[in-house]
Design a protein around this ligand. Structure first.
Ligand code: SAM
Length: 371
């Protein structure tokens, strides 16, 4: 009997794995891998009453065990065990997201006293796919859009590999942005909107899920991010997917990036621009005012499609977002196609607005200061 001794936090529970276990108590004889929880007596009774089949008495403390046999992601099993372990009245955490080998919980305040217990159960019931369990400790607020994470169980590594649409992405969840829930939206752009002849400019590329996926299909991609670590991973991911020849990488503020792309004699005229920074992207649109004012006549012919993302809590989110776009561009844009990406919170939509940059905007007097 041995392997792992885990401090499960305020519940005061200790757990360890056993290779074989033969009970003499109510559960009868059993052998196989298990996790045994030593639970303080008051809590053990509570647990026992709700999970009356599996317990044994040892000295003055109670031991509760469950079988940790599952190899697959086994959320249902986690829920059953947590129902038995958590005090009555507490809502059982029923979901977690996975990013590679990392399970990412979003625990409510009421769960925090039991966070290590919850994480350990999720880990035990979802091995070997899950190796690390983390909780998001704060809303995403920083410029690099990274999550503040607390490692609760497992090996603690936040570096992982994600496979999306057959492509491989290395990600360090502690240092870069990643959201698997946007996979469908990325595929919508690549499959339904981009054409083989397109040249794509990804202004907020992160580690490259859209840029790399697009590069598989389109003629060329310019990808930029302000976060040097995201750019480092982007470059690795380009090599990993053998697409480095089709992507040029930049590490600068998105305004400077757009200004330098349009002021240089870049070989490929841009046809599609993606702005995935939903909190603020609309306010970057003024960078396109006058962008083609001084360029050669050839470039003037190519008015790119812009796909800009935003959030809205308004009753009419499309109208609300359109207004923001008009204000930032300095004129009203006709024919904006709106796509609801997903509900990110009750009443809060993430929206993608797609429109062709009006020539009047592209050759107008700029009203921003480029750095
Ligand atoms: C919401 S994430 C999207 C990343 C990527 N498109 C994806 O789907 O994974 C936004 C990205 O914009 C980057 N970013 C934030 N402010 C920026 C700026 N002013 N210029 C360029 N990149 C910026 C962040 O570092 C982050 O990687």
């Amino acid at each position: 009997m041995e392997t792992r001794l885990t401090d499960l936090g305020q519940l005061g529970v200790l757990s360890f794995s056993v290779g074989a276990w033969h009970t003499r108590g109510a559960a009868g004889s059993w052998s196989g891998p298990a996790v045994v929880y030593f639970v303080p007596e008051e809590q053990a009774w509570h647990v026992f009453l709700r999970m009356a089949t599996t317990f044994v008495c040892a000295g003055s403390s109670m031991m509760l065990y469950y079988i940790a046999e599952s190899a697959a992601v086994n959320l249902e099993a986690s829920v059953i065990v947590l129902e038995a372990l958590l005090p009555e009245g507490i809502i059982i955490p029923t979901g977690f997201e996975t990013v590679g080998h990392i399970a990412h919980l979003n625990l409510r305040d009421e769960h925090l006293p039991y966070k290590k217990l919850i994480a350990q159960v999720v880990l035990d019931k979802n091995k070997p796919k899950i190796q690390t369990v983390v909780n998001k400790t704060d809303a995403i607020q920083n410029d690099y859009r990274t999550m503040q994470l607390e490692v609760l169980a497992g090996n603690g590594s936040l570096r992982t590999m994600v496979i999306e649409s057959g492509l491989h992405f290395q990600v360090d969840l502690g240092a870069v942005y990643w959201n698997s829930r946007l996979a469908t939206e990325r595929q919508r752009l690549v499959n339904d909107i981009f054409r083989d002849s397109d040249v794509v400019c990804d202004m907020f590329s992160g580690v490259g899920p859209l840029a790399i996926s697009a590069a598989k299909k389109v003629k060329y991609v310019y990808a930029n991010d302000i976060n040097p670590t995201a750019v480092e991973y982007l470059e690795r991911n380009m090599v990993l997917n053998k697409l480095e020849r089709k992507i040029e990488v930049f590490n600068m503020d998105a305004r400077r990036f757009i200004s330098s792309i349009y002021s240089s004699q870049h070989v490929h005229p841009v046809t599609q621009i993606v702005m995935n920074l939903p909190n603020d992207a609309a306010e970057f649109l003024d960078v396109f005012r006058g962008i083609l004012r001084n360029s050669q006549s050839g470039l003037r012919c190519v008015m790119p499609m812009i796909h800009v993302y935003g959030f809205s809590k308004a009753e009419d989110p499309e109208h609300d977002f359109n207004e923001r776009i008009n204000v930032a561009l300095g004129e009203n844009v006709d024919s904006v196609e709106m796509h609801r990406v997903r509900l990110v919170a009750p009443g809060k939509w993430m929206i993608c607005a797609s429109f062709t940059l009006p020539e009047s905007v592209a050759i107008s007097q700029p009203n921003h200061i480029s750095s």
